[in-house]
Design a protein around this ligand. Structure first.
Ligand SMILES: Cc1ncc(COP(=O)(O)O)c(C=O)c1O
Length: 391
């Protein structure tokens, strides 16, 4: 049974952040300078920590309050547990009930703003604020924009979000209600990205685009730590809806860090990236055995807005993460996904976002193909709340 207990937090321990490293060319960068991507090759920057300096044992960490800042030594915020928070993380690991005896649902819809995007934004806005950023811009399919606006509200900074014009109204309303500025563009997140990059050319604005800055991934990696804390071990398989890939890259990073901490051995959960059939660049790259994903031209409309990502800056890291864990990538049809969302709701009590339904649809495919068995312990991610999509 997953551990749901909560106790105390030591607020005096500093972050063990030591430097940033390019995920592509491994160039080392200063972690105390505000920056987006590698100045050498344009690759995504990853935070690195002086793990040998951490004295807390696993038992010490488990004795602290649940939630995003539980293991703040492994987060980049200098303010640690004193950082402004809306109560991110520490989400429940719920039994899959009728879906399968060994299936669990990590319900990220219980995060602030109703999605796992709050984890990344709490850390990215917070750390960039510590380094001097006051105006933030990003392209978003909706959830990331809402989360950014929420942290914009508590840090008192400007947030400008470029979203595709077909984004559901509740997602747009949320950004505006939280004080963010919304700019609508025709097309997909790729078009939103192009416009937001224009804004980011102004040095007084800082871009929070997915994997285009080092710290969103740090917040999201806590999903990997939490799976381990919830079970006291790692599951056999993790099924995750993948758009820009920060969540998947973050979890794989967390597992590597946990091995370095001496908490786990080299065995990893097999990671599964789930995409929609009408926009599946990562699935295509896995099928082709490629180490980069080609841009998906003319992505189909999908209810899973978060998965309509034709090209991800982190494609190489996502593909490495799948390969290094003996994982795979699965494309699900729109109808399959919608049916699975309803099954998830009725079997588990979690009315998930379409992206959560996509994970159950992928689970069914992988069970049918024999890639996984009913005996495998499987975690499905419900990354957001269904209610944000009905507009
Ligand atoms: C609900 C939901 N699930 C999954 C994703 C994909 O997330 P990632 O960028 O970590 O791949 C998104 C991104 O917008 C989302 O909003």
């Amino acid at each position: 049974m997953p551990d749901m207990s909560s106790t105390t937090t030591d607020e005096t321990i500093p972050s063990a952040l030591s430097h940033l490293e390019c995920g592509h060319c491994s160039e080392r960068h200063d972690a105390n300078t505000l920056q987006n991507v590698c100045g050498q090759c344009g690759g995504p920057l990853l935070a690195r920590y002086d793990i040998s300096s951490i004295s807390a044992t696993l038992a010490d960490v488990l004795a602290r309050n649940r939630g995003q800042f539980r293991f703040h030594e492994m987060l980049p915020l200098a303010a640690g547990t004193q950082s402004p928070t809306l109560g991110e993380g520490g989400t429940p690991m719920l039994p899959g009930r009728g879906v399968g005896e060994n299936v669990w649902v990590k319900d990220e819809s219980q995060n602030p703003t109703g999605s796992f995007k709050a984890r990344g934004m709490a850390v990215a806005v917070g750390r960039s604020f510590e380094l001097g950023a006051r105006n933030f811009c990003l392209p978003s399919n909706g959830n990331a924009g809402g989360a950014a606006a929420a942290y914009g509200a508590i840090y008192g900074v400007s947030v400008e979000v470029v979203v595709p014009s077909n984004t559901p109204l509740p997602l747009i309303d949320e950004i505006e209600a939280l004080g963010g500025k919304v700019i609508l563009v025709q097309g997909s997140i790729a078009d939103a990205g192009a416009l937001s990059r224009e804004r980011a050319k102004d040095p007084s604005w800082f871009s929070l685009a997915t994997l285009g800055e080092p710290y969103r991934v740090e917040g999201k990696k806590m999903m990997g730590y939490e799976i381990f804390w919830d079970f006291g071990r790692l599951p056999d398989v993790v099924i995750y809806p993948t758009g820009g890939g920060t969540g998947l890259v973050g979890m794989v990073k967390a597992f590597d860090e946990m091995e370095e901490l001496g908490w786990i051995d080299s065995l990893r959960p097999r990671m599964v990236a789930v995409q929609v059939a009408g926009c599946a660049p990562i699935v295509k790259a896995v099928t082709d055995g490629a180490d980069r994903a080609e841009t998906w031209l003319d992505p189909d409309e999908s209810l899973a807005f978060g998965l309509r990502v034709p090209s991800a800056l982190g494609d190489r890291l996502i593909l490495e993460g799948l390969r290094s864990t003996n994982g795979t990538a699965v494309a699900v049809e729109e109808k399959e996904m919608i049916d699975a969302s309803l099954s998830l709701a009725r079997e588990t009590g979690v009315w998930g976002s379409p992206e959560g339904g996509a994970c159950l649809a992928a689970y069914r495919q992988l069970l049918a193909s024999g890639w996984l068995s009913a005996g495998d312990t499987v975690v499905l991610y419900n990354t957001g709340a269904a209610s944000k999509y009905s507009g």
